[in-house]
Each structure stands twice: as C-alpha cells, then as structure tokens.
Design a protein around this ligand. Structure first.
Ligand code: MTE
Ligand code: MO
Length: 513
C-alpha cells in the first residue's frame, strides 16, 4: 500500500494538513531504526557530559573576555568578589550526577573524556543517517518540497496549542507538516549547529580559523549556542516523546523498532523500554567507571581522539588576528600562587636573582636570568586564551620564542617533548608541570612570556615567566616557570600522563580541542 492513510472524510478541512508532501514512504527500514536509537543513546551521554563541563564554568557569555556580571546566563549564585583572588577554579559548581556525567564539582577532565569519546561516533552516525536518507526514498519524509509546509505546520500548531488534535496521518507513511518541519530542523539545523559551535571552541581551530567562531558572534557566542542547541534538543525531545505517546504509543513504537505498522502488538513498546533501561544502566555504569576507573576514560579518549587530533587540528598553526582594541578588560586568573620559599624570595627582589634552568637531553644546558632571556629576543602576540573550563580572554603576551631556546640548547634528535616545571603546586599538591610536543613549541606564537598587556607579568598571572602555546588549552600554559627539560617522552615524567592535570585530573595530553 503506497498511498497516504487518511482517516478523515474527503471534505474534512483538516486534510490540508496531509498535503505537504505528495509522495509517501512506506515504513521504516532497519538502518533508520538503528541510527535513531544510536542517536538517542549518544545524545543522552553528550548532554549529560556537556552539563558537567558547563558547570565547571557556570556562566554563559556573548563576549570574549568573560568578565563577571557580563554573562547572559549563570548557574551559580556566586558574585565574584573583587577584593580577593577568586580563580576560575574557585568558581566551579557542583552538579548532581543524575544530570551531569560524572557530575559533582570540577570533574571537567572525565566529563570531557565521555563527551569526546562519543563525539566521533555521534557524527559518524549522523553522516550515515543522512547519506542513507538520500540514497533511499526516506528523505521524502523529512525534506519539505513545498512552501505550503509553512501554513500547514502553522495549522497543526494552532490545533495543538488550542488542545485540539488535528487529524494525524499515519507516521508509518507520512508525517504531519509540523512534525516533518521539526524533524527536518533537528537533523539539518540543530546537528550542524552543534558540530560547528563545538568545533569553534577548540583553541587550535579558533586560533587558526578565526572566522569559524564568528559565525556565532565570537568564541563565547559559540559556547552559548552549543548550550542553546542542547536546550533545543531537550525541548524537542520532551515534545517528541509526548506526541509519540499521545498519538498511539504502541503503534508508534512498532514503527520505530520493528519497522511494522501494527497497532496492537506491544513488542515494539517493550523493545523501547529495553533501550531506555539499557541507556540508564549504561549511565550508572559510566558513573561507576568515572569514579573507579577514571584512567580508563582518559585512555579511551586518547585512543579514539589522540591520533585523530594529533594528525588534524593539532597540526594547525595559530595565525595572528587580534588587535590591541580586542584585549579583554578582564582575564580570569587560575591556579594557586606558589607557596615555595624560593619563589617568594625571588619575588621579593622582583626576580632579579631568578635563573631559568634549561636542561635534559640537550647539547648545551644553560641557566639564564630574565635579562639574559630578554637579550635573546622578543615577540609580541595578541591571542585568545582558552581555559578547559570554558572561559576565554584576549591578551597581549610578550616574550622569547621557544624556538630561540631550542636553537640555543640544541636538543638531541631523540627529543620529542619539552617539560615545563613550575614553582607552584597543582590542585592536589605536588609540583605543577606540563609537557608539550617539540612541534607545538616551535609553532608561531609559542613563547616564554614575561609581559602581559604591555606590562611586566604580575605574580597572579605567572611571574617571572609563563608559557604561551596558542593551539593548546590553558592548563598547558605553565605559570611561574622554574625550569625546562627536553625529554624523549612525557611518559617518564610525573605519573606519565603528560602533566599535572593529566596525572591528577585526567585531562588530555593533547589539548587542541
Ligand atoms: N603553575 C601553574 N600554572 C598554571 C596553572 C596552575 O594551576 N599552576 N593553571 C593553568 C590553567 S588551568 C590556566 S586556565 C591558566 C590560567 O592563566 P591565567 O591565570 O593567566 O588566566 O594557567 C595555567 N597555568
Ligand atoms: Mo584552565
């Protein structure tokens, strides 16, 4: 049977609702059913992990500098104090693990792990779905072929809004106009928006393709849109599920599980209940893994995305873009000021006695004072800093290109990695350090900075020296640098995961996303 199911009388005016697509499609093929439920599963994980990430910096902005009180939405009652140091980490909020994966407070490393483990498969599933849509006649369900869909959809909307059910076509063959339009929007508007706004948040991408976040106004606009897309998905989900239930749940469940149009067999319904229970069980399992096997999340993420990113976005070179007038009036501070006596002593004397120690697998280990470093050269860049927590800020940084250091000390050919040790400690104690690939250290705008916004670096922002490697996230930009070491691999340093946050908080080794 290839014609539209019509339950009304021919002269019924509601029939207009059915006329949007001339052609009709019979049933739901198995690939469509599979893609639909895989998508459901991924969305649950992506949204829950996303919420956990969001709460690590619970404010949304449309400006790049993220000044407190300039947010358009916040999920925290905190008013940022002006009279004391209030770091971005202090600002992180608790989120209930029912909503967030893994939830709780400042679990952004694991949350990003779950988010990014699933992103490639979510995207792949979407691509498979859309390709098959067009290789079969299933696109006829979704793609409007006439502008008539707009008044028709409005007509359906008025019915719903006035609590009258329009005469529904049988979804097995044909959607009503509003339904078709909303499915179209979810697939062809929300999904691309989610991907583009997500990509815009990557420091490597933002620093190379400045036009991408501009599609959303700016980098924080992209973060806000990413959130709004999530809200739209959630809104759609609630309405979609409600409509599916009230328009004949048993029949609809058979459509989207078995691909049959059976109004009384409850098999489909049970399958769906099974899928929901599986998704809940997986969420509970993911919660358990997050707290008992966090390294697994980190390693799986590295396995899936490590190589993928190393060979793609990590390769991007930052390109200059920002101007003096783009410099943010505010810049969130992060990290704990060093408590080491050595650093405090050096600070007392404005770091006149400071000597940067550079060694490891090099031909020519050196110790250099600030003055000596300054004589080696200087580069100034205005760039955007991306904290893993979600905030950004544009600042000018002045300092010595790391390239100059490399030329001076002559690392052994086996060196792949550079370690930067801080005078400061990590969140959970122990020396703060991070590693960078030698490749990234040699990229444009990779510098050891002693200047911020044309002033000497202040203590809070990392005096006497801090790192800038612009295709990476903020936690890789070690502040209060004590010494530098050239090594063959990050695996022999600290706990072996590439940095203090990588060791203790399961952050990514490569922070280009
Ligand atoms: N030594 C040290 N360096 C550090 C940190 C830290 O805690 N200790 N925090 C990192 C993080 S998470 C960020 S976002 C930036 C913050 O730099 P800012 O204070 O200039 O904003 O510094 C990075 N460098
Ligand atoms: Mo950060």
């Amino acid at each position: 049977m290839d014609t539209i199911f019509i339950f009304g009388l021919p002269e019924d005016p509601s029939l207009a609702l059915l006329n949007t697509a001339e052609a009709s499609v019979k049933g739901f093929p198995f690939w469509l059913i599979l893609c639909h439920w895989i998508n459901f599963f991924f969305l649950v994980i992506l949204v829950r992990a996303g919420l956990s990430i969001l709460y690590d910096h619970p404010r949304l902005y449309f400006n790049e500098g993220c000044e407190p009180d300039s947010e358009w939405l916040k999920f925290t009652p905190v008013k940022v104090p002006k009279d004391k140091l209030w770091t971005a980490k202090d600002d992180a909020r608790y989120i209930n693990p029912v909503f967030g994966l893994p939830g709780y407070r400042h679990t952004v490393g694991i949350a990003r792990g779950w988010h990014f483990i699933h992103v490639p498969f979510f995207v792949l599933n979407g691509i498979v779905f859309v390709v098959l849509l067009f290789l079969t006649d299933q696109w006829l369900r979704i793609i409007p072929t006439s502008w008539q869909i707009i008044p028709d959809a409005w007509n359906v909307f008025v019915h719903y809004a006035t609590f009258n059910m329009p005469i529904e076509p049988n979804g097995f063959y044909h959607y009503n106009a509003l339904q078709q339009l909303s499915y179209f929007a979810v697939i062809f508007i929300l999904a691309p928006l989610a991907m583009l706004s997500g990509m815009s948040m990557s420091p490597a991408i933002e620093n190379r393709f400045h036009w991408l976040p501009k599609l959303f106004g700016n980098r924080q606009g992209a973060r806000s849109v990413h959130f709004l897309v999530m809200l739209s998905y959630t809104f759609f989900f609630v309405i979609h599920v409600t409509m599916v239930i009230i328009t004949g749940v048993v029949r609809n469940m058979n459509h989207i599980t078995l691909g049959t149009d059976n109004p009384s067999n409850t098999t489909g319904l049970y399958i769906v209940i099974g899928i929901i229970l599986f998704t809940i069980a997986f969420s509970v399992y993911a919660h358990w893994v997050s707290w008992n096997r966090p390294r697994w999340v980190q390693k799986t993420d590295a396995f899936i995305n490590g190589n993928l990113w190393q060979n793609t976005i990590d390769k991007l070179k930052p390109s200059p873009y920002y101007k003096k007038e783009d410099i943010s009036p505010f810049f969130w501070p992060n990290g704990k000021l060093p408590t080491s006596e050595t650093w405090k002593e050096l600070a007392k004397n404005k770091f006149k006695d400071y000597k940067l120690k550079i060694g490891g697998l090099v031909e020519n280990p050196v110790e250099l004072s600030l003055d000596e470093l300054m004589k080696l050269g200087k580069e100034q860049n205005i760039t955007m800093h991306h904290c893993i927590q979600g905030w950004t800020g544009v600042a000018e940084w002045g300092g010595l290109p790391i390239r100059a250091i490399v030329d001076l000390v002559k690392p052994h050919p086996s060196v792949t990695t550079v370690v930067f040790y801080s005078f400061g400690e990590g969140l959970y104690g122990g020396v703060y350090y991070d590693t960078h690939t030698l490749d990234n250290c040699l990229k444009p705008a990779s510098i050891l900075a002693w200047e911020m916004n044309y002033e000497p670096l202040t203590e809070v922002y990392g005096a006497p020296l801090r790192l800038r490697v612009e295709n990476q996230l903020g936690y890789k930009m070690v502040k209060w640098i004590e010494r530098i070491e050239f090594v063959e691999s990050h695996k022999t340093v600290g706990k072996g995961y590439g940095g203090k946050n990588e060791d203790d908080e399961y952050f990514d080794l490569l922070a280009s996303s």
